[in-house]
Design a protein around this ligand. Structure first.
Ligand code: KMH
Ligand code: ZN
Length: 288
């Protein structure tokens, strides 16, 4: 396994000209009662996606909420939001299969029936604040195979180093994902997971398996800026949004997800890798 990780190129140079920006506008953890600007209804999520696309996002990572604003994996609600996003935006639609820490494996598998372009696929269990985000190996295998059967492109979510080691493990077992492109997203700074620092990200990027064609990163809370800046410096792509941070700066709440996308887009411009248009993002991830 270690030998497999050694001496790899850090990224494909042909994708360094632009930056894929994914927005994760809602998540499952933030309490709408405490953060009223969090988009939770289908209409709010769709309007947010429209604004974020205009600000430079090419993909939206979606969690839905029920009428009481509680996290939900209701298939009807997921289908409604997927079709609304498709009608109103050109964004690649990625559904979370992580859900909330209390969601059942069956409900998480059923998410794929809403026919998203992409799905998140967390590559291992991780402590998650006071909770445990459970992703046992048999569940990972089932989810991966189901995504392949239903022609959904997975994005491998990496919260800790062991998750990265599980990527070649699943490829060895089940082959390449649907579309043939292996794309990872580092989620750093979860209490219990890998810390959200430039050094952590650099170490993990240096250990990316050879099969990985592209990667993005997101820092939780105050890790969002250091992770974003180090990702862009290393040829990575970016995920931002209120799922990951509700603070724009110390003492200043995010008012709209589009602010976070705008800031990512500005950084991408500064790095001379402007926001990737949606059609390019489709090519990058080989999504029709
Ligand atoms: N809400 C977390 C427990 C994902 O979307 O796939 C899991 C999560 C990852 O957010
Ligand atoms: Zn998520």
């Amino acid at each position: 396994m270690i030998a497999q990780f050694a001496n790899r190129k850090l990224y494909r140079e042909d994708f360094l000209e632009s930056t894929l920006i994914t927005v994760a506008p809602t998540g499952a953890e933030i309490d709408k009662g405490k953060v009223p600007t969090l988009p939770t209804t289908p209409e709010e999520i769709i309007q947010t996606a429209i604004a974020c696309e205009a600000a430079g996002a090419a993909m939206v990572h979606v969690h839905v909420r029920d009428k009481e604003n509680r996290p939900s994996l209701d298939l009807g609600l997921l289908t409604e939001v997927v079709s609304g996003l498709r009608e109103e935006t050109n964004l690649l639609v990625q559904l979370s299969t992580g859900g909330g820490v209390d969601d059942s494996y069956d409900d998480r598998l059923r998410v794929l029936d809403a026919s998203p372009d992409s799905c998140s696929l967390t590559m291992g269990t991780v402590n998650f604040g006071n909770d445990v985000f459970c992703n046992p190996w048999p569940f990972i295998i089932e989810l991966y195979q189901r995504a392949k059967d239903l022609e959904v492109v997975p994005e491998f979510e990496i919260f800790d180093l062991g998750h990265l080691a599980s990527v070649p493990r699943i490829l060895d077992k089940l082959g390449l994902p649907f579309g043939g492109v292996v794309h990872c997203n580092f989620v750093l700074g979860v209490p219990g997971g890998a810390p959200g620092s430039a050094l952590t990200l650099a170490g993990m990027v240096g250990l990316l398996p050879l099969e990985v064609k592209s990667w993005s990163a997101s820092g939780i809370g105050r890790a969002s800026l250091p992770v974003m800046m180090s990702a862009i410096a290393m040829g990575g792509h970016l995920r931002v949004g209120m799922e990951d941070t509700v603070h724009y700066a110390a003492g200043r709440r995010v008012e709209h997800n589009a602010e976070l996308v705008e800031r990512a887009s500005q950084l991408a411009n500064l790095a001379q890798r402007p926001a990737m248009p949606v059609n390019e993002a489709r090519k990058l991830l080989n999504v029709a």
